[in-house]
Design a protein around this ligand. Structure first.
Ligand code: ADE
Length: 233
């Protein structure tokens, strides 16, 4: 998979993508990451990327031309089809299910907006998928793009040690993950549940499934309501 960030802050994106689990996946060549400065595609001497909104109002609008030219240049850098995503609070909220679908695509390009938004005409022209990371507003699209890239990249085969890492975790099956414990067996008088020390794999699996359901009912009952196969009691 290849991910291109189209941004005014390429170093911010690259620095995050170089760290930790995703950074190791980039080093191993499992993911290709490139960050492009939209400002490099301006046609004016001042390298200005924004202007005041027609009709008046607060803030500045990112102009269509540098975004358009940046995307067309990025698209041409690799022959594989490129799926363009614009990070915006107006988009559909990102879900684990959509992350799974995106992780199967050969190329993603993430357009990060800034200021008060981007000129509508570039969205009409490029028709990106619009994705939000939640119903709150950030100062720019870089953090949402990094959130999306992180959740998608960890689903690319080989990035995590084992596929079980994500098939058993919260949201994969529409439920929250069961509680986890490590050494010591007793900490501040709190014991690890006996079943986990029993070595009885069937019982452990059954206990974990039950805990998953219980947790979801307690912490996120809205998830159960969305899940047609979950037992409501
Ligand atoms: N840009 C600003 N806020 C955002 C959000 N919540 N999701 C995606 N992009 C954004």
């Amino acid at each position: 998979m290849r991910i291109d960030f189209l941004t005014l802050f390429p170093d911010l994106c690259m620095n995050v993508m170089r760290e930790s689990v995703i950074g190791r996946a980039v080093e191993k060549g499992l993911i290709d990451v490139a960050c492009h400065n939209i400002r490099d595609y301006t046609e004016n001497r001042q390298k200005q990327v924004d202007d005041a909104p027609f009709g008046g109002g607060m803030g500045m609008i990112m102009q269509a031309q540098p975004i358009y030219d940046c995307y067309r240049a990025v698209e041409a850098m690799d022959p594989r089809p490129c799926h363009l995503i614009y990070l915006t609070p107006q988009g559909k909220t990102l879900t684990q299910q959509r992350a799974v679908e995106l992780s199967a695509m050969p190329r993603l390009a993430l357009l990060c907006g800034h200021y008060e938004g981007v000129d509508e005409r570039v969205l009409e022209e490029l028709e990106p998928e619009e994705i939000s990371i939640g119903d709150y507003v950030l100062t720019g699209g870089e953090l949402p793009a990094l959130v999306l890239a992180d959740t998608v990249c960890r689903l690319v085969p080989g990035v995590l040690a084992d596929d079980v890492c994500f098939t058993e975790e919260s949201h994969f099956s529409g439920l929250l993950e069961y509680p986890q414990y490590s050494r010591p067996r007793v900490w501040r008088g709190r014991e690890v549940p006996a079943v986990l020390l029993s070595g009885h794999h069937k019982n452990i699996t059954a206990w974990r499934q039950e805990q998953s359901l219980l947790r979801t009912r307690q912490k996120r009952p809205d998830l159960l309501a969305k899940k047609p196969d979950a037992d409501p009691d």
